[in-house]
Design a protein around this ligand. Structure first.
Ligand SMILES: NC(=O)c1ccc[n+]([C@@H]2O[C@H](COP(=O)([O-])OP(=O)(O)OC[C@H]3O[C@@H](n4cnc5c(N)ncnc54)[C@H](O)[C@@H]3O)[C@@H](O)[C@H]2O)c1
Ligand SMILES: [Zn+2]
Ligand SMILES: [Zn+2]
Length: 367
């Protein structure tokens, strides 16, 4: 069959919406009709070249939709099921899966970085040539074929746009707070970067009972929004940010500093923002090959802990339904994260607006 899909042909190019050939699901795969796909910054890293990936690539990794066909051997899902897409289709059996780190599963990481399905081949093609799947998905597309492990069944009462965000930003942001940092009630938190991931951290910190939730961003307008979601303070990014954070925390710095930008300089600012004995959680994706100065001389003497957080240290089949239930119970205001919607043809404008910081999270809606 054919499908309209957002494709990146070369680093620095605009995204082009192309009609691709999509082959049928093979054993252990399903075809999903996409209803909504979120505009996450991680796709932009392919366009800027900060993340290297085989090209051409079908973009989009934060999606949700409806199962429309199942391949041989798929029994867990049926046509008509509502699913949120998981970009970490872990095997459940390897060392990492058995040690509570399915996002580090070594069975899926190699194929997703090669842009292919778990059997090593892509399902998209243009004029007979392969088009690779970003994150094993490529869901800025009317239809996508994915491994069954990439589908998490969700309550159909969750709107598709919210289910899409659970597929990346919300799991990453709330997971960084609840799983990676395990923020304790009454603690102080600073969140650098108030996009879809950072604002999800705000929601997570509120849920965890943090007493001070300080948001740092270079766009002032994000401050009002962060406060409406539960942040207690907004600090403009820049030279005075660390001083202001210390002033708000008895001169010490915060218990937990979260990075949700993807910049070595901001990662370094997080180290400065955390108090002695505090924890720094890095969720933003810094450019591949970049390095950050997190001096051991400081870490030891001040007993600071630095943690990486990939996909919110989540277990998607466990955490997606958990986050969906919090949403349905009114405990996680995911509707408010979505400040704009687009059609697929408007995908380049969606990224321009994301880079300008004029949206919290935008979502591409499909018919
Ligand atoms: N760890 C993971 O598994 C994972 C998952 C999803 C996204 N990410 C990464 O998280 C980061 C954030 O993603 P997003 O989709 O929320 O991005 P976004 O573009 O929606 O938001 C980024 C925010 O950072 C702000 N910002 C930019 N420079 C800043 C600075 N110097 N100081 C403070 N704020 C600054 C922007 O104004 C914006 O509000 C990206 O690097 C993305 O690739 C990581
Ligand atoms: Zn595994
Ligand atoms: Zn993402």
């Amino acid at each position: 069959m054919q499908t309209r899909t957002a494709v990146l042909h070369a680093v620095g190019d605009p995204i082009s919406v192309e009609t691709l050939d999509l082959s049928a699901p093979r054993a252990g795969e399903v075809r999903v009709r996409i209803r909504a796909a979120g505009v996450c910054h991680s796709d932009w890293h392919l366009i800027s070249g900060a993340t290297q990936h085989p090209l051409p690539a079908a973009l989009g990794h934060e999606g949700a939709g409806e199962v429309v066909a199942v391949g041989p051997g798929v029994t867990r899902l049926q046509v008509g099921d509502s699913v949120s897409l998981n970009w970490a289709p872990a095997c459940g059996e390897c060392f990492y899966c058995l040690h509570d780190s399915p996002c580090l599963c070594d069975a899926y990481l190699e194929p997703i970085w090669a842009g292919v399905m778990l059997d090593g081949t892509p399902r998209y093609a243009l004029a007979g040539q392969p088009v690779y799947h970003y994150c094993g998905l490529g869901c800025f597309s009317d239809y996508v074929v994915v491994p069954v492990q990439s589908c998490v069944l969700l309550d159909p009462r969750v709107p598709a746009s919210v289910a899409a965000l659970i597929g990346c930003a919300v799991t990453t942001g709330v997971g960084a707070v609840l799983n990676t940092a395990q923020v304790r009630p009454g603690s102080s938190v600073a969140i650098f970067g108030a996009g879809g991931v950072g604002m999800s951290m705000v929601l997570g910190a509120k849920l965890a009972g943090a007493a001070r939730i300080i948001v740092v961003d270079r766009v002032a307008q994000k401050g009002e929004f962060a406060m409406s979601l539960g942040a207690t303070h907004f600090v403009p990014a820049g030279d005075y940010a660390i001083g202001e954070i210390r002033a708000l925390t008895g001169g010490r710095g915060v218990d937990y500093a979260f990075e949700a930008v993807g910049s070595p300089a901001v990662q370094e600012a997080c180290l400065a923002a955390a108090r002695p004995g505090g924890t720094i959680v890095l969720a933003g994706l810094a450019p591949m090959g970049s390095s950050t100065n997190l001096p051991g001389a400081v870490l030891t003497r001040q007993e600071k802990t630095v943690k990486g957080s990939y996909y919110g240290s989540a277990h998607p089949p466990r955490d997606f339904p958990f986050l969906a239930s919090l949403y349905l119970d009114g405990l996680l205001d995911l509707d408010s994260l979505i400040t704009r919607t687009y059609r697929l043809e408007e995908i380049n404008s969606a990224y321009t607006e994301m880079l300008a910081g004029s949206v919290v999270r935008s979502v591409v809606l499909f018919e």
